[in-house]
Design a protein around this ligand. Sequence first.
Ligand SMILES: C=CC1=C(C)c2cc3[nH]c(cc4nc(cc5[nH]c(cc1n2)c(C)c5CCC(=O)O)C(CCC(=O)O)=C4C)c(C)c3C=C
Ligand SMILES: [Fe+2]
Ligand SMILES: [Fe+2]
Length: 345
Amino acid sequence: MPAPTKGRIGVLLVNLGTPDSPQTSDVRRYLNEFLTDGRVVDMPAAIRYPLFQGLVVPLRAPKSAKIYQQLWTERGSPLLYHGLDLQKLVQEQLGNDYLVAFGMRYQNPSIEKALAELRDAAVERIIVLPLFPQYAAASTGSVQEKVMDIVSKWWVVPSISFISTFANDPGFIATIVELGKQEMAKREYDHIVFSYHGIPERHVLKGSQNGYCKLGNCCNSYNKNNRYCYRAQCYETSRQVAAGLGLTPDQYTVSFQSRLQSRLRDPWLQPYTDEALKPFPAKGIKNVLAFSPAFVADCLETTIEVGEEFKELFEEAGGEHWQLVPSLNTHPTWVKAVVDMIHRN
Ligand SMILES: C=CC1=C(C)c2cc3[nH]c(cc4nc(cc5[nH]c(cc1n2)c(C)c5CCC(=O)O)C(CCC(=O)O)=C4C)c(C)c3C=C
Ligand SMILES: [Fe+2]
Ligand SMILES: [Fe+2]
């Protein structure tokens, strides 16, 4: 009997999500879905839903909508169109043996729709690449949970694998180094900042395997004990990029941004970027180059928070030049890095 012909391999690229439009109603819908995810806000559901849907989101949505209006382009949200462009380029390079779909964890295009495309094409197996370089239970973990939730309800459950972290992937690092070198060729910088999306310290401790991670020196090396520790991965990405740029440890700072202020005042990973940059000018650091290596595409957290808000804070503190390095977006080295990760999987 002839062996069945080989099927196509399904690839699912997933990013976090963005509102359908910058109107308050769409931002509210997005934030409601995002902030009631138990992996993002890890409170009991009986408190999380009324607190966030009833109080936090209604207050936050109009303010966030104004920021999204600043970010929005003719093509819509950068996180979305860069994702769709990446999908197209990766598909072209992988060729017809693969089918590449793109989905968002929150809002659209949904993961349900993207997975249905792969199922309808009868792919042989599925490789899922959450587009978060450093594993966090709130980002990568949430995508994994959602994908497993959906696929587990299919009558035929295909083989499925996840690329859970690429914090030190050579192609990922090489792209950031290339982008950094381009900026460093234009002018001299006194200092480099690697600003990562923050998470509550509690999330790091909850994810600590064998009690290894204690928010101390444990994260200073990246090893089999802290492979999925978000903080250790952020340091690892920074070390690798710094090595590629020929920086010594005193020439760069690793810090964390975007903390969700709450009355609970639970600590997030520190130092906080907005606080870390303020003393720079007084120390003679007047020109700063800032990287956002937790994001593979430009979004609110890079363009607005790092590119505009931190720049303003830095200048208010006496700084002269604050420059954001653009995200990887569809840089050819990054597209190839994604293709290589899929081939290796
Ligand atoms: C890099 C991966 C991300 C992690 C980890 C993460 C954790 C996390 N985020 C929030 C709260 C918010 N994040 C928001 C925006 C946002 N977050 C990520 C990525 C990670 N978040 C991205 C790519 C974006 C940008 C989306 C875009 O449309 O451009 C927002 C919304 C913006 C706002 O209203 O200010 C919130 C809120 C928490 C609480 C958290 C971990 C616990
Ligand atoms: Fe976030
Ligand atoms: Fe750690």
